[in-house]
Design a protein around this ligand. Structure first.
Ligand SMILES: Cc1cc2nc3c(=O)[nH]c(=O)nc-3n(C[C@H](O)[C@H](O)[C@H](O)COP(=O)(O)OP(=O)(O)OC[C@H]3O[C@@H](n4cnc5c(N)ncnc54)[C@H](O)[C@@H]3O)c2cc1C
Length: 414
């Protein structure tokens, strides 16, 4: 009988494992962190799942946080300099739940449904032994380990260093937007701020994800040490918000603005890369990469976990197709997800380019004038292929999108 080994209990590994368990396939997840380790650990990210991912969670029976209560419905944009404000709506809500709550719950679901979790760290040298135990191995170990096993695709990995230096924390004292949504604020030359309503241990709070341009005025946020002086740290964040991200600052109530806890803060940086889809072990067992180990994305457009879910699920569908393992499975899985994985990566890499591409600047200006264009751009957070091919993929595509929406919005008698 088919038996699958998965390395990693993140979104890619769990969504894959849960899908396979729905079909009674024996699955073992090998992971180096227990549910308790995850629950009590440092904030790992500030992930929003878009409607396509929420729909997948419903199919998997793990939609524990209904969007009616936990969701949000739009993106508010602010572009500093010209000071443009505009909004784009989703057709269906997105949702952000602290992964320290989300992942332990899904690990419990997986085990309740007959999945096995084995607590251990897996190195590349361990893969042959796992290959002898399973028909196929899916490595979903995230961005910090086992990436070298697969090797980088240089033609799809344009950067050699991080394009932003990050600081994300969970904060109280920020009023909701109306309608309830994420705010994407751009401080030209200095970076972006993504203000996300998120459900965490302290209830409904805000994740402020500062994406700071190296050398810019906001980079200090990636280095400042909260533990040295929490009050000074808080004041620094307030000052930077006031100067660079005023549309978020104006919703701050300074009397209740606080980090929700010392562990609710993450500082770092990621170098985006796309790696090869799979490798074969000497005995012919296929080892497939899924999620961040396959494609590391800067979080600026919030696609990594949505893509990890898609990728894990898609590999699962190919396993369920029951057309053999080995290299054939690797090829089929790669082909099935190629368009999504590559366009997510290309789109994200374009959005962190320095200086920004002219057509992205033009698109932002056009979106501030065209609600329908901004709605399409926003909804395409669910559909990266469409984002790339219909809106951002090249100057010509962007110009055509702007013209298409301008025509659609002309008054009928004009
Ligand atoms: C600040 C920030 C904000 C983000 N915001 C968004 C967002 O809004 N939307 C979005 O879609 N994405 C977002 N992302 C990206 C998202 O967090 C990742 O893309 C996603 O969590 C990757 O999932 P994964 O399953 O591939 O890996 P992970 O979630 O990293 O899981 C990896 C798993 O493998 C285990 N593991 C690691 N190494 C080993 C080993 N050697 N042996 C055994 N087990 C191992 C780990 O313990 C873990 O269980 C954000 C990221 C950051 C940093």
């Amino acid at each position: 009988m088919t038996d699958i080994g998965i390395v990693g209990a993140g979104t890619a590994g769990l969504h894959l494992g849960l899908l396979l368990r729905q079909h009674d396939i024996p699955v073992t997840i090998y992971t180096d962190r227990s549910a308790e380790d995850v629950r009590t650990g440092r904030l790992p990210n500030s992930v929003a799942h878009h409607a396509v991912t929420v729909a997948r969670e419903r199919e998997l029976g793990v939609d524990h946080w209904p969007v009616e209560e936990y969701g949000y419905v739009c993106h508010h944009h602010f572009v500093g300099g010209p000071n443009l404000f505009f909004r784009g709506d989703f057709a269906q809500p997105s949702r952000a739940v602290d992964y320290r709550i989300y992942q332990p719950r899904l690990m419990a679901d997986f085990e309740e449904r007959g999945g096995r979790i084995e607590l251990r760290q897996v190195e590349a040298d361990d893969l042959p032994a796992l290959g002898a135990r399973h028909d196929a191995i899916v490595v979903a170990s995230g961005k910090r380990s086992l990436g070298e096993f697969f090797g980088i695709r240089p033609e799809k990995s344009p950067y050699r260093q991080p394009m932003r230096r990050l600081m994300v924390g969970l904060w109280t004292g920020i009023a909701r937007t109306e309608p309830h949504g994420v705010t994407l604020s751009i401080a030209p030359g200095h970076g972006e701020l993504i203000d996300i309503p998120i459900f965490s241990f302290a209830g409904h709070v805000n994740a402020l994800l500062f994406e700071n341009v190296p050398g810019g005025d906001l980079e200090v946020l990636a280095d400042a040490r909260y533990s040295d002086d929490p009050a000074a740290f808080r004041q620094l964040v307030l000052d930077k918000l006031r100067t660079h991200h005023p549309s978020v600052f104006e919703r701050v109530d300074e009397s209740s603005f606080q980090l929700t806890g010392p562990d609710d803060l993450l500082q770092g940086a990621v170098t985006p890369v796309l790696r090869n889809d799979y490798r074969l072990l000497d005995d012919g067992t296929v080892v497939i990469a899924a999620g961040d180990v396959h494609s590391v994305l800067d979080p600026v457009v919030g696609q990594g976990a949505n893509s990890a879910s898609y990728s894990g699920y898609t590999v699962g569908q190919e396993i369920l197709a029951d057309r053999g393992f080995g290299e054939d499975l690797g090829r089929r899985a790669a082909e099935r997800r190629r368009e999504r994985v590559e366009t997510v990566s290309d789109w994200t890499n374009l959005m962190v380019q320095l200086p920004p591409a002219d057509h992205i600047i033009q698109l932002l200006g056009a979106m501030s004038q065209s609600r329908s264009l901004c709605d399409e751009f926003t909804e395409n957070f669910n559909h990266p292929e469409r984002q790339w091919h219909d809106i951002v993929g090249s100057p010509e595509i962007a110009a055509a999108a702007i013209a298409r929406h301008a025509r659609a919005e002309e008054p009928a008698n004009a």
